[in-house]
Design a protein around this ligand. Sequence first.
Ligand code: 4AD
Ligand code: MG
Length: 480
Amino acid sequence: MIKAKVADLLNSTQYLQEVAVKGWVRAFRSNRFIALNDGSTINNIQCVINFEKMDEALLKRITVGAAIKVTGTLQESAGSGQKVEVQATSVEILGDADPEEVKFTILSPKKHSMEKLREQAHLRVRTNTFGAVMRLRSKLSFAVHSYFQQNNFHYVNTPIITGSDAEGAGEMFKVTSFDLKNVPKNEDGSVDYKEDFFGKETNLTVSGQLEAETYALGLGQVYTFGPTFRAENSNTSRHLAEFWMIEPEMAFCDLDGNMDLAEEFIKYILKYVLENCADDLAFLEQRLAQEDKSKPEAERSPMSLTEKLKFVIENNFRRVSYSEAIDILKDSKPNKKKKFKYVIEEWGADLQSEHERYLVEKHFKCPVILFDYPANIKAFYMRLNEDGKTVRAMDILFPGIGEIVGGSQREERLDVLRDKMKALDIDEKELWWYLDTRKFGTCVHSGFGLGFERLVQFATGMSNIRDVIPFPRTPQNAEF
Ligand code: 4AD
Ligand code: MG
């Protein structure tokens, strides 16, 4: 007897084998054919039962959503649509699913809206779409580790609770063990954090970069891959309050090396899923094509999902300076006709997602790396250029997604970094340890952050970021 996963059985040609398989009923028709899925693949295995010989009470319990164990022989299938099937000799009900209750859930076999699926996020992984997305997400994670491990990077775990604001954007969730009804106060009325658990003000990390930098300046090349948190009130299809970020950091590497790495890394990962997730990709591709049909002609994608992935793998990303991009945008039709919500008037303007998408989707029609941004719209740690007004920053923009990567060469000169922190009113005492790295063997170094969910969005073609993470955290929503 072989206890097997559906994926293995579907690939097997060992006919007449005795097998046992456990899974959830996806469909049951004509009292004879069970479509069984166990999560190992998008495909179901067909189990054929002989209802004349089966106990009636048992038969009634084979319902959509139920967990069952089927024992039988593996056979070449006579029907179309599958190569093999299991001719069942016995069925055991492991967990019932009452049809009267199932019909109010997303397990019921009909089309449900994405909103409805989100409301039942604990069940949605039993659907084809979410099964495919989550298996792909898992493979993408594996590819991330495999790329870095093959290329001499060390995996570091940076703290989730921190005392610093790495991005200086102030979008942090506070961490405290205070009883909020009775918070200790100083004489001037401010909160007395000395009394708090850590004896200071703490928050959930927005980025592991600053700590990763200290490790790169010892281990040489490192990467983080962990959850990060942002209390920005953005209700968009690309923002989460809790998301996973991958942050490589490299000593002795400048911005060009940083861009090269980011491009090679992304291509490796997408190639990996193309080569290893064929069934799930095929399903998602067909799903996307279906979704596209309901859109107006102009909004439809000219490429299929796999064509899009191949396009990214096979073509160079366009590297464009911020200044060049501003010229292109100033000259663009939507700018001249004031179609942009934020019209670009002059050099120095911060780019909004409408501008990024214009550059990627309308102008260049390929992934774009923008670099050398104005210093005053970027974070304090980025290296100042000789012109004194731009920094060695880079953002990678993707079609349909917008910004997928943000990174930079870091300011390694102690005096320049200090001046910058002073100008931005960042307390040196808070970041004494970060400044130490500039005192003891400082060197050119660079890194970037890739938003994992945005990558999963691109690879799966899912249009809303809430649908590529198991339990999304967004403003006003922390169910489950
Ligand atoms: O551009 P960001 O803010 O860069 C940093 O945090 C740097 N410290 C990274 C580094 O250099 N090590 O964020 C990096 C990426 C963005 O490009 C985006 O893909 C993603 O993280 N991201 C988000 N993804 C989902 N929801 C959000 N609210 C996100 N904010 C940023
Ligand atoms: Mg950014």
